[in-house]
Design a protein. Structure first.
Length: 136
């Protein structure tokens, strides 16, 4: 159980690199991932503005952001996120696992030049792990 987060990360990185949709769908709860990203977007836009133009702007951003989330929260979108060359050409991510108790861990990425990359959030599901969130 101690090494299983590392094994899960190995499997998810390889599946993303290989474009293995079936493996990614097993390792990632895309429905929970999408819901969480939509909630984060709504929370970031809910600033209590009463001005009509501010509310219209918030609605436009939320709609456009929601469409981007639906495109990203797929096996193909995840593969793009995990490829450091999209952020830092010619570089790869190194991954570190940070435990958050017995039932969760965070995979933290860093580029070769030391810049932070995405963080993948995992929850234990039975005896295995599933990715349920991302922070960029």
């Amino acid at each position: 159980m101690f090494a299983s987060p590392w094994w899960t990360m190995y499997r998810i990185v390889n599946a993303a690199e290989d474009g293995d949709r079936e493996q990614l769908e097993e390792l990632v709860d895309f429905e929970v991932l999408r819901e969480g990203m939509h909630e984060d977007l709504r929370a970031s836009r809910d600033d209590g503005d009463t001005d009509l133009l501010d509310r219209i702007g918030d609605a436009v951003v939320t709609t456009a952001g929601g469409a981007a989330i639906d495109t990203f929260a797929t096996p193909g979108g995840l593969a793009v996120l995990m490829d450091a060359s999209h952020v830092a050409p010619g570089e790869d991510y190194s991954w570190d696992v940070e435990r958050e108790g017995l039932n969760a861990f965070r995979a933290v990425s860093t580029t070769e030049s030391g810049d932070p990359g995405p963080q993948l959030l995992f929850e234990r599901r039975g005896l295995s792990w599933q990715m349920v969130g991302v922070r960029v």
